[in-house]
Design a protein around this ligand. Structure first.
Ligand code: FES
Length: 165
């Protein structure tokens, strides 16, 4: 059987002071590391809903509603303006469409082209979408307009995340 290894006073002090020094260094570094990476790993404001309009204002005809969102990009905070085309379907479901054309990002308008009065029209390259936001075949956009999550609470319409389709 081997004898237990003896630790000299010098070794004991070395181990203890090294451990203590490392512990203190970690304690000082942790807030700095957290400050450096925190904004990167902060979860996006997923699930955030914003009050957009009194639900009584929503009709069967698409209307443009605007609201503001606080945005944080790493350390830069800003307020951005958001827009949606909102209407009520025949079955009473509320639809909120992104106004950003899926072709190259221009802004679409409802019924702005006399030839297509019941469609969303993109003036940049003549892109068209049906009332439910589906791209019309043969026009430049190749995907439907994204939709916003919707919810109604206490008579107010709230819009959330934008979902690509
Ligand atoms: S950006 Fe809308 S059709 Fe090109």
């Amino acid at each position: 059987m081997s004898e237990p290894k003896k630790v000299s006073r010098r070794q004991f002090l070395n181990y203890t002071l090294t451990g203590l020094g490392g512990f203190m260094a970690a304690g000082m570094m942790a807030p700095m590391v957290r400050f450096a990476i925190d904004p990167v790993f902060k979860p996006a404001a997923a699930g955030d809903f914003h009050s957009v309009a009194d639900v009584k204002e929503v009709t069967n005809e698409p209307q443009r509603f605007e609201w503001e969102v606080e945005q944080v990009d790493a350390w830069y905070e800003s307020t951005i303006q958001k827009t949606a085309w909102v209407y009520r379907k025949e079955d009473d479901e509320i639809i909120a469409l992104s106004p950003i054309c899926t072709h190259l990002g221009c802004t679409v308008d409802w019924a702005s082209n006399e030839e297509y009065p019941k469609q969303f029209f993109c003036p940049c390259h003549g892109g068209r979408y049906t009332k439910d936001g589906v791209n019309v075949p043969g026009t430049p956009p190749t995907a439907p307009l994204p939709v916003f999550e919707t919810k109604v609470e206490e008579g107010m319409l709230y819009l959330g995340e934008e979902i690509a389709r």
